[in-house]
Design a protein around this ligand. Structure first.
Ligand code: HOC
Length: 381
């Protein structure tokens, strides 16, 4: 039950029970041996927090400004694909929950609700995550639609030049739209709530892709097919600079991992970078974002906003990131399990838990605002 969920891992257990295994494994799985996925979270354990006491923490404010908009928490909901495959309300549930808490969320080019539908739901801070397709017309149309719908920022994904080797998805044969297969039939049959919603609910669509991938069109694709056939493998820094210019608004690069690339992001005029390895779903063996944070902060801190994306499951993970120099912490799985478990109510509960952990952590650290979290409050083991 939702009331029994006290941390993100509790939602994960619920999601596992509610989702057919190919769908759960799509969310939960990562590339190769999934070492990077595990490391993304365990990296936070290499650092200890040093609290101050008797600091008068009756009134605290966990708010901050991210990419020009006020956020009630230093926490963002990262854009993730295919959300209606996890819960019938999909991205709408996430958008509404984020708006309720006054925090940023993102939708993916592979969202199951349209740019316009999501924009109409909330005037809260929202970004669009762009995958660069070979079809330049499609890229241009998504950019224009986001501009018309007044999205606050565009985040260009730069870490999916080819697909990571998602072995769980290879085994289950996961595609979008999800398809039933002989090996997973039992799992679908024993999850009737999900299966009935999916079969009898609104048609599963990817409305931002202008019909490139659509149910009923015979165009179901696997993750490998999508990345390897539809995305532009030749994308480079000139492409990123051109997209920044075409968009003209607040612009971020999602998936930067090196200090040298962070410097290039500054040079093309990006407003923010997401230090991210795509939740360990791309290059297994890639370093954890938290481990890379300090060298990136040393290289470009103060010149560009730095969002720490990867492995965040606790309020204290966010606090450690902020103390090490991040503007905010962000994550996908941190709300996706909750979406799968209980829709909007689940996402709200997950944000509430992280909010409480952040605020409790601030009080126990002896700080009343997040700018008081500085690197001298950390000790690296
Ligand atoms: C079938 C198409 O960012 C991920 C997502 C994108 C997946 C495309 C799936 O899983 O990493």
């Amino acid at each position: 039950r939702l009331s029994d969920c006290h941390n993100i891992d509790d939602f994960r257990r619920l999601a596992r029970r509610r989702l057919p295994w190919p769908v759960f494994d799509y969310i939960d799985g990562a590339a190769d041996d999934e070492i990077t996925k595990t490391r993304n979270t365990s990296a936070f354990d290499e650092v200890d927090l040093v609290p101050d006491v008797l600091a008068g923490v009756g009134e605290i404010d966990a708010g901050c400004t991210i990419m020009g908009r006020r956020s009630a928490l230093p926490l963002m909901l990262s854009p993730t694909a295919l959300q209606r495959a996890f819960h019938k309300d999909g991205e709408r549930a996430v958008a509404r929950a984020a708006a309720k808490f006054g925090i940023w969320f993102g939708i993916s080019s592979l969202a199951t609700h349209s740019i316009e539908e999501i924009a109409a739901l909330t005037s809260g801070p929202k970004l669009f995550q762009l995958y660069v397709h070979k079809d330049r017309g499609l890229n241009a149309s998504m950019i224009e639609r986001c501009r018309d719908a007044q999205f606050d920022a565009l985040a260009l994904t730069v870490d999916t030049i080819v697909s990571g080797k998602r072995e769980r998805c290879l085994r289950s044969g996961f595609t979008t739209p999800p398809r039933f297969s002989a090996s997973s039939l039992w799992s679908y049959a024993t999850r009737p709530r999900w299966t009935l919603d999916y079969v009898f609910g609104p048609k599963f669509r990817l409305p931002n892709l202008d019909g490139h991938v659509q149910e009923g069109s015979g165009k179901s694709v696997s993750i490998q097919d999508y990345f390897n056939t539809m995305l532009d493998t030749n994308m480079d820094w000139d492409t990123a600079a051109r997209i920044r210019q075409d968009w003209g608004g607040t612009f971020a690069l999602k998936g930067v991992m090196s200090a040298a690339d962070a410097r290039r992001a500054v040079e093309i005029g990006a407003d923010a970078i997401w230090i991210s390895n795509h939740g360990g779903r791309q290059l297994d063996g890639s370093r954890a974002p938290f481990d890379q944070l300090r060298e990136i902060v040393d290289a470009v801190g103060g010149e560009i906003e730095i969002v720490l994306d990867g492995g965040v499951r606790r309020g204290t993970h966010a606090l450690k990131g902020l103390a090490a120099g991040a503007t905010a912490a962000s994550g996908g799985r941190l709300y996706l399990y909750a979406l799968a478990a209980a829709g909007q109510e689940g996402v709200e509960r997950a944000i509430e838990i992280l909010k409480e952990e952040i605020e409790r952590g601030m009080r126990l650290m002896g700080v009343t605002s997040i700018d008081q979290l500085t690197a001298d409050r950390l000790r690296w083991r």
